[in-house]
Ligand binder design. Structure first.
Ligand SMILES: Nc1ncnc2c1ncn2[C@@H]1O[C@H](COP(=O)(O)OP(=O)(O)OP(=O)(O)O)[C@@H](O)[C@H]1O
Length: 521
């Protein structure tokens, strides 16, 4: 249950400061195996109370597994967690919460149909049979007033922007008396400004002795700006770390990838764009609530060209990708590939070589319990080389083809037979990318393709997208990351409120002008 919190400003000033609330935590010799695979191998991690500690590592290095062991989601084969000065057996997340350890995930866990107040009240471990809403409101208003950031208590969560929701997730943990907060890639859903805002506020709370923060991130910029210490994992082992002030980005990157050489950035060849391959004409579609999501979108993508779509999440980009993927019906308008009607059926995609990298690939492009090999064969399971005849599926060929894609796209998986849901987030992404652009591509539609990927994988996947473009594919790249679009796109379109509201060439793009159009001005 949440208790009264000391005033942060008073604590920071040091006058009559109460004992610091921030918890120190140590994971000692942590080993976790999944079958024959060792995901963590004797890892030690020491996080000082009141510090911001970054946990770095390539996709699949073991970061999530380590924090899940600390939270009691996983039982490690060996190792211990020391909280404060005492070893604590944490066998489930409830015990972790009782000790003051909380976690904020990449995805949201709030109930969208309830208000902020209702979410915070219902999250409490002990609820009375009859809730005194007036008393709860008074307590929460007092709590909110002491916090460095506020969210309106009566706002329905469904109406909040991503940054606000993330703030509520964090406030919820503090309200539940969390004094050691684990953040798993918390900024992947935020704009750079929102991310700086939230991390800056949390770092101030840490420095005031209110909280200790352990943050998993792939963004060196955030580590340099907000973290005091860093630990680096590689292939399940702790391979380095120290005070951020004494380390460079190159040193941290070097620890992450070991002896491997960093990938060179993708280079676009200088070529005039070819004929129009993908046409979208006056497209209209509704969102899940029946409101207009696309209001007459018209665009064309030529061969050998990357067209970027910029926009704040929720302005129709998701719906556009879903219509192109055949996952959402269009109400009006038409789509064409090479001048022929395109209906987004699987047969159409195969005929026109249209490939899709959707957002959240594990949810939207995979069957989690099926193997990596089966998931990689999805697009062409009934065609050579997977099938000798339409009705005869060859498991052996499927596995051999998967082995080839796994090697070419550097997918970290214990074997082609591992269920794809057991792969780390970044490796699911690579597996879907391998499936989609491992063969011939004429039109590639990619939605936030490097979300959650480590720096090597980002360079790698950007390289694959640029290579597809250099080979003559027409690429529609939807991204909330403006830097990604500025780096890769030949042309940039801005979407706002279901419409294309601005167009500019990539070479002469003005970041401020794009930002203004993204904000609806
Ligand atoms: N439930 C599971 N069963 C089998 N293997 C697993 C399971 N969970 C994780 N692994 C494996 O353990 C390794 C570490 O995964 P983990 O999710 O901890 O990586 P990560 O560093 O968090 O990666 P990312 O940055 O991609 O999220 C990966 O190779 C993954 O495939």
């Amino acid at each position: 249950m949440s208790g009264p919190l000391p005033d942060i400003a008073a604590t920071a000033a040091g006058a009559d400061a109460p004992a610091p609330r921030a918890l120190g935590l140590e994971a000692v010799a942590m080993t976790k195996r999944f079958g024959a695979f060792t995901a963590l191998d004797g890892v030690n991690l020491k996080v000082r109370p009141g510090s911001v500690h970054a946990l770095l590592g390539e996709n699949g290095a073991g970061k999530s597994t380590l924090v899940k062991c600390i939270m009691g989601y996983y039982r490690p084969e060996e190792g211990a967690v020391i909280v404060g000065a005492r070893e604590q057996p944490i066998t489930n997340p409830r015990q972790a919460h009782a000790l003051g350890i909380g976690m904020v995930y990449q995805h949201f866990t709030l109930v969208p149909g309830m208000t902020v107040l209702e979410n915070l009240v219902m999250a409490q471990a002990e609820l009375p049979a009859v809730i005194d809403w007036q008393a709860e409101r008074t307590r929460l208003a007092g709590f909110m007033a002491r916090m460095p950031f506020q969210v309106p208590l009566d706002a329905p969560v469904a109406n909040l922007a991503a940054g606000e929701k993330q703030k509520v997730e964090i406030l919820k943990q503090i309200w539940l008396d969390c004094r050691f907060l684990i953040l798993d890639e918390p900024t992947s859903v935020l704009t750079p400004d929102e991310a700086d805002d939230i991390l800056g506020l949390l770092a101030r709370m840490a420095r005031a002795g209110e909280l200790t923060i352990l943050i998993i991130t792939h963004k060196f910029r955030e580590v340099l700006a907000f973290a005091d210490d860093v630990s680096v994992l590689r292939r399940g082992r702790l391979v380095g770390g120290g005070a951020v002030a004494e380390l460079t980005v190159d040193a941290m990157a070097g620890m992450m990838i070991g002896g491997a050489t960093a990938m060179a950035p993708a280079a676009r060849t200088d070529q005039p764009p070819g004929a129009v391959a993908l046409t979208v004409d006056a497209l209209e579609a509704l969102d899940d609530a029946g409101e207009a999501a696309l209001r007459g979108v018209t665009l064309a993508v030529r061969r050998g060209e990357i067209v970027g779509i910029a926009g704040v999440s929720g302005n129709g980009q998701g719906a556009l990708v879903e219509v192109l993927a055949g996952q959402r019906p269009a109400n009006a308008g038409r789509m064409m590939v090479d001048g022929a009607p395109y209906t987004a059926r699987r047969s159409d995609m195969l005929r026109h070589k249209v490939c899709l990298l959707p957002e959240e690939p594990l949810k939207n492009a995979c069957v989690g319990r099926m193997s990596v090999a089966e998931n990689m064969a999805f697009r062409r399971f009934d065609q050579p080389p997977y099938a000798r005849a339409r009705w005869f599926l060859s498991k052996g060929r499927m596995r051999a083809a998967a082995r080839d894609l796994i090697a070419r796209y550097n997918v970290r998986t214990p074997s082609p037979d591992t269920p794809i849901a057991a792969l780390s987030g970044g490796n699911v992404q690579r597996a879907v990318l391998a499936r989609e652009i491992g063969g011939d591509v004429e039109v590639l539609v990619a939605a936030n393709p490097v979300f959650g990927l480590d720096f090597q994988a980002v360079a790698d996947i950007h390289g694959q997208i640029v290579e597809a473009r250099n080979r003559g594919a027409a690429v529609l790249l939807v991204s909330e990351d403006l830097d990604e679009l500025l780096e890769l796109a030949d042309r940039i379109l801005v979407m706002s409120d279901g419409r294309i509201v601005h167009e500019t060439s990539g070479a002469t793009a003005d970041r401020l002008a794009i930002g203004r159009h993204m904000a609806g001005h």
